[in-house]
Unconditional design. Structure first.
Length: 207
């Protein structure tokens, strides 16, 4: 009986510590967001020339143009439709490690009043690369691009570490997905802060 009581007390303490840790992490992210937004620096360009504020049709036309310029691929996706195709971005790491070859990204776009405010990329390897190796490589690439001034927080989905860069109105997050994939999310903090509407989301497919 005594052992059960001790176990319950320890569980209670650990749960409270975990909750307090999460609150502290979210407070840190919120503080960084407020500091960056106070600078009034607005970055519109996201990735591959995409920009926050683009309309849905404009985004689709832009994706088609990227395919024409061979920066994106169009591949059938049998799990969604036997007729539909989705846009694929082949990540080129220039790495000799075979496990980091054939890493592909698919896109989901989010709109408020038909204006792009968030881009989510789901990246995974065709060679079943361990997710920690893939995540480490993306972290290395993004440090080279955005610097080491990133913050970390814990994922609410799988307790893994999330890397967060905040640059003006742009927040970039790198986290582990739920199926051995890496999620890279670009968000417009100004649009997110001012929004009072439920965002619309679209998996980027050929239309």
């Amino acid at each position: 009986m005594k052992q059960i009581v001790i176990s319950l007390v320890m569980l209670f303490i650990l749960t409270n510590c975990q909750e307090n840790k999460t609150v502290r992490q979210e407070k840190t992210v919120e503080d960084h967001i407020n500091i960056e937004l106070a600078k009034n620096i607005k970055n519109e360009t996201i990735l591959l020339g995409l920009k926050f504020g683009m309309g849905g049709e404009e985004v689709h036309n832009y994706f088609k143009d990227l395919v024409n310029h061979k920066k994106l691929l169009l591949l059938p996706h049998e799990y969604l439709s036997d007729k539909g195709k989705i846009y694929i971005y082949p990540f080129e790491f220039g790495d000799e490690n075979p496990a980091l070859q054939n890493v592909m990204g698919t896109f989901k776009t989010y709109y408020i009043k038909d204006k792009l405010y968030k881009l989510r990329i789901s990246a995974e390897s065709e060679k079943d690369t361990p997710v920690n190796l893939l995540k480490s490589k993306f972290k290395e690439v993004y440090i080279q691009k955005y610097g080491e001034n990133y913050i970390t927080r814990e994922s609410i989905y799988n307790n893994s570490e999330v890397y967060v860069w905040i640059n003006g109105n742009t927040m970039i997050e790198i986290s582990e997905g739920l199926s051995n994939n890496i999620l890279i999310i670009y968000s417009d903090l100004i649009a997110l802060k001012d929004s009072k509407e439920k965002p619309a989301e679209k998996l980027m497919r050929e239309i």
